[in-house]
Design a protein around this ligand. Structure first.
Ligand code: GRF
Length: 222
């Protein structure tokens, strides 16, 4: 993430066009559905879903997107070279004039070319308080480690796994009564809130990325 990276766009006004989201998912799609619900209910303003893309043809989240009448696309990734697959996905995102890419349970690493195609325009959600517990089964990792505070992170995507500048984190206590499943459930509820909050922050344009730090504009003025 470069020093002083520009914000996504100017604050949305009544006349400005909605920011167009490209959602990438591989599975059940509960984060996608939470984003869609936030748009529907007006919690997330100045935003529309341009396309939902999956690398898994039978992903339940993709089926839900179709039921909702959203534009969808499938680019199966199994056995494909990462760069070739990513080139098709980025072409599709461009064809749908996507402003902001939201990884929502997209179980595939992005090539450097993909990251460079949408500089500071790709968000990911991860079910831990990064930099703790990157990678798979983050909730189980956190539970087994014995942490007392767990949570989730929405961050910009860079070339490294679960690594880019953090936009939003939400924390919860680990309860004595928790097991890894109940903890994952309670983290997921926070994820659904965190993603909406992060998208709202990014499309507001009221920020700068300084090094690793997402800095709100009002803090910049001080
Ligand atoms: C979430 O836990 C997210 O943090 C992780 O993958 C899971 C996707 O869940 N990256 P869903 O498909 O959004 O329900």
């Amino acid at each position: 993430m470069s020093e002083g990276a520009p914000a996504l766009r100017k604050p949305a006004s009544a006349v400005s066009k909605p920011a167009r989201l490209g959602i990438l998912l591989s599975g059940r799609g509960s984060n996608f559905l939470a984003i869609a619900e936030s748009i529907r209910t007006g919690r997330l303003k100045g935003v529309e879903i341009a396309v939902v893309i999956s690398n898994v043809a039978d992903a339940p989240g993709l089926a839900k997107a179709r039921e909702m009448g959203l534009p969808t696309a499938v680019f199966e990734s199994k056995g494909r070279k990462r760069e070739e697959h990513d080139a098709e996905v980025t072409a599709c995102l461009r064809a749908h004039a996507v402003d902001l890419v939201c990884l929502a349970g997209y179980m595939r690493l992005l090539s450097p070319q993909f990251v460079a195609a949408f500089p500071h325009r790709i968000l990911n959600i991860h079910p831990s308080l990064l930099p703790a517990f990157p990678g798979l089964e983050a909730q189980e990792q956190a539970f087994n480690y014995g942490v007392k505070i767990a949570g989730c992170t929405v961050h910009f995507v860079d070339e490294e796994l679960d690594h880019g500048a953090i936009v939003v984190q939400r924390a919860i206590p680990v309860l004595e009564t928790d097991d890894e499943h109940s903890l994952a459930q309670r983290i997921l509820a926070e994820e659904h809130l965190a993603y909406t909050e992060a998208i709202a922050r990014v499309v507001s344009g009221e920020y700068e990325v300084r090094g690793r730090r997402y800095v709100k504009k009002d803090a910049l003025r001080k």
